[in-house]
Write a protein that binds this ligand. Structure first.
Ligand code: ADP
Ligand code: MG
Ligand code: MG
Length: 256
């Protein structure tokens, strides 16, 4: 059983503190949601977990299976089984979804075994077909150029498919604060629900309560001012939907 443990994490961007002592434990097999108002540091957390070089960790640690990730590159983190879906996936001209996925799968195989010669094409096609059927992705999708002219929903579909192919231990999904339509939300949710199993831990980071109408998280965390300030079961999301974040802020300010 692997777990991701974030301990007293302090992160700054250009000398401006953003994360201020964030603690969170995500075990394999659980789905956790992080919710919080805009500008509170949710994407900073996702970027820091990924190992983005602009985000400077000044204190605390990120452990996976008890081992610190802080000195590992984004690729090394990915090879360990941590999957990060990007808020704004880039488009790669001339690279199809299938080629992109095959490259990703081969990079993981190579990291696990330097002598690996890459997945045989027929085996790759077979696995990709199975995953696409499982996720109800149209077969033509594999031949599309990655992110070129993709709708928000199609970008999410590519991400979820990538997740299915790489079979990570921990997946971190950061949702955009704007422009994420209901279709994209549904695709991410159905994908996560389909892939959900005891070997996968998922962290869904979102500005919106409504994604939690589709994904039933085991734990909901509320993030404010660079910290997790409240954690609870799915009921917490309903409270937030009904009453917004004001009560959490008031509770914080009153020190209760
Ligand atoms: P959220 O995802 O919760 O909306 P962000 O992590 O995007 O919050 O942003 C948290 C704070 O960090 C904001 O004040 C934002 O302006 C600042 N910030 C985020 N990214 C950068 C960056 N690359 N450079 C400077 N400031 C940034
Ligand atoms: Mg934001
Ligand atoms: Mg964000």
């Amino acid at each position: 059983m692997s777990e991701l443990v974030i301990k007293n994490l302090h992160v700054q961007i250009e000398n401006k503190p953003i994360l201020k002592g964030l603690n969170l434990t995500l075990p394999q097999g659980e789905v956790h949601a992080i919710m919080g108002p805009n500008g509170t540091g949710k994407s900073t957390l996702a970027n820091t977990l990924m190992g983005h070089p602009s985000y400077q960790v000044t204190e605390g640690d990120i452990l996976f299976d008890g081992k610190s990730l802080l000195n590992l590159s984004p690729a090394e983190r990915s090879h360990l089984g941590i999957f990060l879906a990007f808020q704004y996936p880039v488009s790669i001209p001339g690279v199809t979804v299938a080629n992109f996925l095959r490259t990703a799968v081969n990079a993981h195989r190579k990291a696990a075994n330097p002598d690996d010669k890459g997945i045989p094409i027929l085996e790759f096609r077979k696995i990709m077909k199975e995953k696409m059927e499982m996720l109800k992705v149209d077969s033509a999708f594999a031949g599309r150029y990655l992110n070129e002219g993709f709708s928000g929903g199609e970008k999410k579909r590519a991400e979820v498919l990538q997740m299915a192919m790489l079979q990570p231990s921990i997946a971190i999904l950061d949702e955009t604060d704007s422009g994420l339509d209901i279709d994209a939300l549904r695709i991410v949710s159905e994908g996560v629900n389909t892939l959900r199993n005891k070997e996968l831990g998922v962290l869904v980071i979102t500005h919106y309560q409504r994604i939690l109408n589709y994904i039933q998280p085991d734990i909901v965390h509320v993030m404010m001012d660079g910290r997790i300030v409240e954690s609870g079961g799915p009921d917490l999301a309903l409270d937030l939907e009904e009453h917004g974040y004001t009560w959490v802020r008031e509770k914080l300010e009153n020190g209760t």
